[in-house]
Design a binder for this molecule. Structure first.
Ligand code: CAA
Length: 452
C-alpha cells in the first residue's frame, strides 16, 4: 500500500474579527476571563458582506493551486465538507469549481465532485474518501482537493455565540505527501444523539452542556476502537494530539481524559502512583456512583501532576493556538488544530520528521474518529509556505454594533443592507442571486493589478 496523506494546505479566514473579552464581554455583562481562560477563544473570525462558504473555500483553493503550480485539469476530485450549505441538491464543490474555472485556462470537467455531511467530522471523512480513492488506485495519478469551509454562526443570545467562527482550509490529498501520511488503522465511536443539529434551519439547535459530554463519550469509544486494531497507545508516542476544537476549553477536557486512558497500565501510571494512587478500576467497585466519585478525585489529582502539565504544554497547547484566534470553524477545526501544532513546531525550529500525531475528529449527531498521522520529511517548508498568520493579523476589528449588523447580513431570515468593512483584493466575492435563486460569484483582481 502506498503512502497517502496531506501534501499541501492553504487557509482563508473570514476577514472580520469579534474580540470576545474586550468587545463581546462588556455588552454581555460577563467576565472577560470566561472567554480568555474558560472557553479559551479571544477572537472569532467572521465573514464580511461579500464572503460566504464558497468564496472562502475558493480563495483557499486558489492559493493552494497557485502555490503548487496546479491547474484545474490536474485535480482528480473535489470534496467539500461543510455544515453551512445553502443548497440541498447542488453541491458547494460545483460552485467552488465554477469560481476557479473562471480564472484558470483548464477546467474540472473530469473531476469527481461531492459534498460531505456529518457535522464537524465531515472534513476528516472527506480526507478519508480521498485516501481510499487513492489507495484503491482509482485516481489516475491525480491528487484530490478537500475543502472544509463553514460559517459557524449561532442565534444571537445563544450560549454558542461565544464559539462562532468562519473560514476555510483547502488540503491537497496525494500519494507521497509533503506534510503527513495517514494511517491505515482507524477507530470510531458513534451513536444516534441530539446534541447539536440544524434540521433545515440556518442556526443550530444546541444542547451545549450535553454536547460536551457526547463529544467526550464518543471520543473515548473511538480511542478504544483505534487501540483494538492498532494496539495500545502511549501518550509519549505522539508529538502532538490535535482534537476537533469547538473551543479550547473543550480540548482541555478531552486531553485529560485521553491522557488518563493512555497512561493506564503504563510506566507513567506506576510513577504517579505514590502521588495520586493508581486509577480506580470499575470492577473494584460495588456501585457506579462510588466508582465515579473515586475517578473524579483521581482526575483532579492527575490534572495537577507535573507529568500531565508538561505533556499538555508540549502536545496539546500548540494545537489550540489558532483556535484561540479564530473560534470554531466546524469542519475545518481539527485541521486548523493540526496546522497549529505543525506551525508552532516549525516556528520553534523543532524536528518532527517521522514523528506521529494522534488526530481526534468529532461530529455532532454523533461520531468521533481517531487515526494516526506520520510527519513527512518536507513538512517544514510546506507549513512555512502557508500565510495564515499574516491574514489573521489584517482582519477588521468589529465594534459590537457592527457585529450585530454583520450577523444580520448573514442571517437568511433578514434582509439587511450593509456596506462591506473591507475591500476585496485578489479574491472571489459573492455578488447576489441569479434567476434560479443560485448564488453568483466573481473574481476581483488584485488592486495593485499584478496578481492573476
Ligand atoms: N474565569 C475563568 N473561567 C470561567 C469564568 C471566569 N470568569 N466564567 C466561566 N468560566 C469557565 C467555566 O467554568 C466553564 O469551564 P468548565 O466547563 O471547564 O467549568 C467555561 O468557562 C464555559 O463557561 P460556561 O459553561 O458557563 O459557558 P456557557 O454555558 O455560556 O456556554 C458552551 C459554554 C456550552 C460550550 C456554549 O458556548 C455552547 O453551547 N457552544 C456550542 C456547542 C459546542 O461548542 N459544544 C462542544 C461540543 S459539540 C461539538 O464539538 C460540535 C461543534 O463543533 C459545535
Amino acid at each position: 500500500m502506498s503512502r497517502a496523506g496531506i501534501d499541501a494546505i492553504e487557509i482563508w479566514t473570514g476577514k472580520l474579527q469579534l474580540d470576545l473579552p474586550r468587545t463581546f464581554a462588556p455588552v454581555k455583562g460577563s467576565d472577560p476571563q470566561k472567554y480568555l481562560k474558560g472557553i479559551g477563544i479571544e477572537y472569532s473570525s467572521l465573514p464580511d458582506v461579500y464572503e460566504d462558504i464558497v468564496t472562502m473555500g475558493a480563495n483557499a483553493a486558489k492559493q493552494l493551486l497557485d502555490k503548487k503550480e496546479l491547474a484545474p485539469a490536474d485535480i482528480g476530485r473535489i470534496d467539500v465538507a461543510t455544515e453551512s450549505s445553502f443548497d440541498n441538491s447542488k453541491p458547494v464543490s460545483t460552485y467552488i469549481a465554477g469560481c476557479l474555472e473562471s480564472v484558470y485556462e483548464s477546467n474540472f470537467t473530469h473531476a469527481n465532485k461531492g459534498e460531505r455531511k456529518f457535522a464537524c467530522l465531515s472534513g476528516t471523512q472527506a480526507i478519508d474518501d480521498a485516501y481510499n480513492w487513492i489507495q484503491a488506485g482509482r485516481h489516475r495519478g491525480k491528487p484530490a482537493l478537500v475543502i472544509a469551509t463553514d460559517t459557524a454562526l449561532y442565534e444571537r443570545g445563544d450560549p454558542g455565540e461565544a464559539t462562532q467562527g468562519a473560514g476555510a482550509i483547502a488540503m491537497l490529498i496525494d500519494e507521497d505527501p509533503d506534510i503527513v501520511s495517514i494511517s491505515h488503522s482507524q477507530g470510531y465511536g458513534s451513536a444516534d444523539e441530539t446534541d447539536f443539529l440544524k434540521p433545515n434551519q440556518q442556526f443550530p439547535s444546541v444542547d451545549g452542556k450535553r454536547s460536551v459530554q457526547v463529544y467526550l463519550a464518543r471520543m473515548r469509544e473511538a480511542l478504544a476502537d483505534y487501540e483494538s486494531v492498532a494496539g495500545k497507545t502511549h501518550p509519549d508516542a505522539f508529538a502532538a494530539v490535535p482534537f476537533h476544537t469547538p473551543f479550547p476549553g473543550m480540548v482541555r477536557k478531552a486531553a485529560l481524559l485521553g491522557y488518563r486512558h493512555t497512561i493506564r497500565n503504563t510506566d507513567i501510571e506506576d510513577e504517579l502512583a505514590s502521588d495520586i494512587g493508581t486509577q480506580p478500576r470499575r470492577n473494584e467497585f460495588d456501585s457506579n456512583s462510588e466508582f465515579d466519585a473515586e475517578m473524579r478525585t483521581y482526575m483532579d489529582g492527575l490534572k495537577q501532576t507535573e507529568a500531565y502539565q508538561e505533556w499538555y504544554a508540549d502536545r496539546i497547547e500548540p494545537t489550540i493556538q489558532f483556535a484561540r484566534q479564530v473560534g470554531n470553524w466546524y469542519t475545518g477545526s481539527v485541521h486548523i488544530a493540526r496546522y497549529s501544532a505543525l506551525h508552532s513546531a516549525a516556528t520553534a525550529g523543532d524536528s518532527l520528521s517521522g514523528e506521529q500525531l494522534l488526530v481526534g475528529s468529532y461530529g455532532s449527531g454523533a461520531e468521533a474518529e481517531i487515526h494516526v498521522e506520520t510527519v513527512q520529511p518536507n513538512w517544514k517548508s510546506a507549513i512555512n509556505s502557508v500565510t495564515f498568520a499574516e491574514s489573521l493579523a489584517s482582519r477588521y476589528d468589529l465594534s459590537f454594533e457592527e457585529y450585530e449588523r454583520i450577523h444580520d447580513v448573514h442571517n437568511a431570515q433578514k434582509e439587511t443592507e450593509v456596506e462591506p468593512f473591507t475591500n476585496p483584493d485578489g479574491e472571489f466575492i459573492f455578488t447576489g442571486w441569479g434567476r434560479m435563486n443560485e448564488r453568483r460569484y466573481e473574481y476581483r483582481p488584485c488592486q495593485s493589478g499584478n496578481a492573476s
